[in-house]
Design a protein around this ligand. Structure first.
Ligand code: PRP
Length: 206
């Protein structure tokens, strides 16, 4: 049985559709309900829905053989897993944003609000800029509006959230997309099954 961690939400649904088209269907998963785990014993797959930021934890620790995680999560948590495929979906970017018109004059410590503390720290240390990190868990865009921070480091997809809150990107950090990842031991012991699935999914990438 291959254990597959899917990121709960819109991205996970798109990913499941790719897996279904690749020959790994599990009809019960489409029923609306609160169930989190589904299996198709005939095809040898067991799917479970996890919080997107937890996928790499399940995979790194072997509770899942494979999973789908955003590159943002992989950059932030640097899990010890194999990154096997870029699925070319869930495309967005990690960027620095601030209130429209804000300019960093570099004179005082920059206050940075973010969920991505490691990505933000690495980015600013690469340009030797002193920062004070404020770790938030959501609605990051509020921070500069309320004076909690000077800038934010966050995901930008359509740019709508920034626009509707009078914020703008001041610097791109890195492009992001969904990646298929595998547990290292699973890859060693279930190589054939995993490679077959990877080939199937690869054929569905647009
Ligand atoms: C993410 C991100 C931005 C928004 C960007 O938030 O943190 O707020 O999406 O998308 P956009 O550019 O298309 O507007 P999410 O919905 O994950 O909620 P969060 O506030 O909990 O981070």
């Amino acid at each position: 049985m291959l254990n597959i961690a899917l990121p709960k939400g819109r991205l996970g649904e798109k990913v499941y559709d790719m897996l279904e088209r690749a020959g790994y269907s599990c009809d019960a998963i489409k029923e609306n309900g609160r169930k989190l785990i589904f299996e198709n014993p005939d095809l040898g797959v067991r799917y479970f829905w996890v919080k997107p930021s937890d996928v790499s934890i399940y995979v790194e620790r072997g509770a899942a053989d494979i999973g789908i995680a955003g590159k943002d999560i992989l950059l932030e948590y640097t899990p010890d897993v194999y990154e096997l495929l870029d699925l070319n979906i869930g495309k967005c970017r990690l960027a620095v944003a601030a209130l429209c018109g804000f300019r960093d004059d570099g004179k005082k410590t920059l206050k940075v609000a973010t969920k991505f503390v490691n990505v933000a720290s690495k980015h600013y240390s690469s340009v030797s800029r002193d920062i004070d990190i404020i770790k938030l868990n959501g609605s990051i865009e509020l921070a500069p509006i309320l004076g909690l921070s000077d800038v934010i480091v966050d995901i930008v997809e359509t740019g709508t959230t920034l626009k509707e809150n009078n914020l703008e990107v001041i610097e791109d950090i890195v492009p992001v997309s969904a990646r298929l990842i595998a547990n290292k031991a699973s890859f060693k012991f279930k190589t054939a099954e995993i490679e077959k699935l990877v080939d199937g999914v690869r054929s569905q990438i647009k």
